[in-house]
Design a protein around this ligand. Structure first.
Ligand code: AMP
Ligand code: FE
Ligand code: FE
Ligand code: ZN
Length: 286
């Protein structure tokens, strides 16, 4: 059997449960040949992940998952095989993290107006990180941190209820993120010599926007994903052929307790990563 890879996973640098080191160790234990660290809007976990990968002999695929908006729909764009950003791009990414921090404050204000007791300190406690994972000592804050803080403060009885009652779109404390457009996300990824891949296309239900996303700079599309059925994979494989996109896939793992995803599932062959590397080499040579 060909070795397997997982090209989409989160660490505690964003809303994953495991530290980058623990994620890499888990990937090695699962027998994977390579794992991509693709945290939401941050590269913070990559250094620790790289160190762990070097000592365990597993290949780290550096990455990021950027939240973007097009036509009122939120699309996630993965950067894969990225390299170190310029100082200017580092500041741009820092701005996205800062916008997430400000969004968390707005969510807390809305929650308190809705009668919850949690404070921004409760959220910061959930997002606290050791310095080896984040120089700022805090994750790129997402709704999961707020959900955990709501549970800890006794405002809701479960993580799922926090989303169901307050944090899902249309609920009283939902706040959209910074309006970052897909073309800027793809350009940022390309400046880091990475490939831009549309994450989990099956969850948006907006296939009519695929050509515009390709125009914005996509190189690849995630056809294997924990939320994709076989019919999605087949459908997006055909779309990829039509639109001239490379293929990628991963579990979108967020840790052992979260959301049912398991590292290395769905199975993605090492050959998929090899093709992405060839695609990157061709793009960088341009
Ligand atoms: P954010 O990027 O801050 O909007 O948070 C989105 C993240 O929240 C996703 O990547 C998931 O990890 C998680 N998430 C979104 N919706 C739900 C839900 N209904 N239940 C549990 N987790 C969710
Ligand atoms: Fe997430
Ligand atoms: Fe995503
Ligand atoms: Zn993800």
């Amino acid at each position: 059997m060909s070795p397997l890879v997982d090209l989409h996973a989160h660490t505690s640098a964003s809303d994953g449960e495991l530290t980058p080191g623990a994620l890499v160790a888990e990937a090695a234990r699962a027998g994977l040949a390579a794992v991509a660290v693709t945290d939401h809007d941050t590269l913070d976990g990559l250094e620790a992940a790289r160190a762990a990968a070097e000592s365990s002999g597993l290949e780290l695929v550096p990455g990021i998952e950027l939240s973007t908006y097009l036509d009122g729909c939120e699309f996630h764009i993965l950067g894969l095989l990225t390299e170190a950003p310029s100082a200017e791009d580092r500041a741009l990414i820092e701005m996205l993290v800062q916008a997430r921090a400000e969004r968390a404050e707005r969510m807390v204000a809305l929650l308190r107006r809705a009668g919850c007791r949690l404070t921004i300190e409760d959220v910061h406690r959930q997002a606290a990180l050791p310095p080896e994972v984040s120089p700022r000592g805090r994750a790129a804050i997402g709704r999961p941190h707020v959900a955990q803080a709501l549970v800890a403060a006794g405002d809701v009885s479960s993580f799922a209820k926090a989303f169901g009652r307050y944090l899902a779109p249309g609920k009283p404390a939902f706040v959209p993120k910074h309006e970052f457009p897909p073309d800027r996300a793809c350009a940022l990824i390309h400046r880091m010599n990475g490939l831009a891949a549309l994450a989990h296309p099956g969850v948006y239900g907006r296939d009519e926007l695929l050509p515009r996303l390709v125009e914005a700079g996509l190189d690849a599309i995630e056809i294997w994903h924990v939320l994709h059925r076989e019919s999605h994979t087949a459908h997006y494989r055909a779309q990829a052929r039509k639109l001239g996109l490379a293929l990628t896939g991963g579990s979108d793992y967020h840790g052992p307790r979260k959301q049912g995803a398991r590292l290395g599932q769905p199975a993605v062959a090492y050959e998929v990563l090899e093709k992405l590397k060839a695609e990157k080499a061709a793009r960088v040579a341009l």
